[in-house]
Structure formats: structure tokens, C-alpha cells
Design a protein around this ligand. Structure first.
Ligand code: HEM
Length: 278
């Protein structure tokens, strides 16, 4: 016979399984994202760092159609700062989220946090100038979407600083995580694109010459303008707060699914994009 005690203990077991699944999914996601971000960071340092140090700026144009323009030193400086400072974001971002570093090296966490926030704002401003003055591949929807992302980055960075200064650490954590998600929009875009190419065995749903088409429109909208990454994060926040086991299981499953897609995309981007360029 089922007694109230057995019901409550089986309820507790389900609750603890749901919580464990959620934590495990979030940890797996962070580990996979960290590996992928650092691979992107290594590519940035080896490609842009090396060409900058050796003065071989013309090589940027193998990757960026409007990367280096002879005689336009201001524009070139903006592009150079954008890509080199980007390394600080993709290498430093995951470090900020690691709790052992936060707990044991608080001064480093604070220093890196200030650097990250300032860099995110500078990289976004440089990106906006690049999109609207130098031109880039892609259509107007892609340009508007990435510009919206720059506005999210700048706004979330300022909100994260404001919460930290007011010592509202719960809010600071939430805004810092939102900032991390939108700052990684460009990384999600690359990983999403290369995962799609890998799964389909080539370009499907877009024209690789003009870099336009329904797939790229959807990818730009859902990584930049209406980021799915933010939706996943908000689900995670909600699942952590509300003792609703079903929602915790659904969120954990969704995070797992995103992690698998991300892992495929990271493999595709590393093998198909970053390694061949170095
Ligand atoms: C904040 C995180 C960002 C990072 C880490 C980042 C990183 C990069 C990197 C590494 C490149 C070189 C492309 C490559 O080698 O694959 C690049 C190019 C570029 N980025 Fe960003 N970026 C960020 C944000 C933005 C934003 C917010 C914008 C626009 C508002 C932007 C606009 C551009 C443009 C226009 C290019 C040149 C693309 C072309 O010539 O077609 N970036 N970015």
C-alpha cells in the first residue's frame, strides 16, 4: 500500500533527479562551449595575431572581403582592434563562469570582469562601424540582426556593471550570463552555420556566393535578433527557481539537445573553417 511517506520520498527522489539532470546538462553545455570558444580564440590569435605581428595585413582579405583596405588606416585599425580584442572575449568569457576561479581568485574575477565588459562594448562599437561603413557579406536582415545584437551587448554590459556596483549579486550574475550569451552570438552563428553544412554535406537554403537565403536569415534572426541562447538561459533561470520537476526535465533535455548541436557545429567550424585558415 502507498503511504504518504513513500509518496513523499519518491517525490523527493524525482526532485533530486530533476535537479541533478539540470545541473549536469548546464555543466556539459558549459564544458562543450568552453572547448569551442577556446578553439575560436586560438584561431583568432594564430591567424589575426600572427598576420598583425608580421605586418601581413593583406592576408585578412582571404577571410574578410573588406578586412584590409590599402590607405584606409582608420578603417584598418578598427577592423584590427575588433578581431584582436575579440580574443579577450572568447578566451575570457568561459573563465568568468568557472566557479572555482570566482571562489578562489576573486580579484582576478573582478579584473577580468571589468576587462570583459569594456572589451565587449568596444568590440560591438567597432562591429557597428564595420557593418554600416565598410560593408560586409550578407543582406539587410543580417546587418540589422547583428546590429541589434550589438545593442543587447552594450545594454547588458552596462546593466551587469550597475548591478555589481549596487552589490545586487543575484542580478549581477543574471545580467553577466545574459551578456555572455549575446556576446557569443557571432560564435553561435559560425557554429550553427558549420554544423548545418556538415549535416547537409554542403550549402542548403542559401547561396554561398552572395551569402544570402532563408537559412542564413533564420540563423541571423535566431542567433542575433531573437537569440535562442537567451531563451535557453531564461528557461534555466526559471527551472532553478521553481520546484517544478517536469519543467526541470524539459529544460535539461533542451540544454542537452543544444549541447549536441553545438558539439557538431564546433567540430564543423574547427575542421572546415578555423584549422584550414591558420
Ligand atoms: C562581441 C563579440 C564579437 C566577437 C567575438 C567577434 C569576432 C569577430 C571575428 C573573429 C571576426 C573575423 C571573422 C573571422 O575570421 O571569422 C569578426 C568579423 C566581423 N565582425 Fe565581429 N565579433 C563580435 C561582435 C560583432 C558585432 C556585434 C558586430 C556588428 C555589430 C560585428 C561585426 C563584424 C563584421 C562586420 C566583421 C567582418 C565580416 C566581413 O567582412 O564580412 N562583430 N568578428
Amino acid at each position: 500500500m502507498t503511504t504518504p511517506t513513500t509518496i513523499s520520498s519518491s517525490g523527493e527522489a524525482t526532485a533530486s533527479t530533476a535537479t541533478r539532470m539540470l545541473t549536469f546538462a548546464a555543466t556539459a553545455c558549459l564544458v562543450v562551449a568552453t572547448v569551442g570558444q577556446w578553439l575560436f580564440g586560438i584561431y583568432i590569435l594564430l591567424f589575426y595575431g600572427k598576420t598583425t605581428l608580421t605586418g601581413d595585413f593583406a592576408r585578412w582579405n582571404r577571410v574578410l572581403p573588406h578586412g584590409y583596405v590599402e590607405g584606409d588606416w582608420k578603417g584598418n585599425l578598427i577592423v584590427g582592434s575588433h578581431v584582436l580584442l575579440a580574443a579577450v572575449l572568447v578566451i575570457g568569457g568561459p573563465l568568468q563562469l568557472m566557479s572555482p576561479i570566482r571562489q578562489n581568485f576573486l580579484r582576478f574575477h573582478r579584473w577580468l570582469g571589468r576587462t570583459y565588459v569594456t572589451t565587449a562594448i568596444l568590440v560591438s562599437l567597432a562591429g557597428l562601424i564595420m557593418v554600416w561603413t565598410r560593408g560586409t557579406i550578407g543582406d539587410l536582415t543580417q546587418k540589422i540582426s547583428i546590429s541589434l545584437q550589438a545593442i543587447y551587448i552594450i545594454s547588458f554590459a552596462l546593466l551587469a556593471i550597475r548591478a555589481a556596483r549596487a552589490r545586487r549579486f543575484d542580478q549581477h550574475r543574471a545580467w553577466a550570463l545574459r551578456l555572455f550569451m549575446v556576446t557569443n552570438g557571432v560564435w553561435f552563428f559560425r557554429v550553427g552555420l558549420m554544423g548545418w553544412l556538415l549535416i547537409n554535406g554542403g550549402p542548403v537554403g542559401f547561396d554561398p556566393k552572395t551569402f544570402t537565403g532563408p537559412f542564413l536569415t533564420a540563423l541571423a534572426v535566431f542567433t542575433y535578433a531573437l537569440p535562442v541562447s537567451l531563451l535557453v538561459l531564461e528557461m534555466y533561470f526559471h527551472a532553478q527557481k521553481k520546484p517544478d520537476n517536469t519543467f526541470r526535465f524539459i529544460t535539461a533535455a533542451f540544454i542537452f539537445l543544444c549541447t549536441v548541436i553545438m558539439a557538431i557545429g564546433i567540430f564543423g567550424a574547427t575542421v572546415g573553417m578555423w584549422l584550414p585558415r591558420i
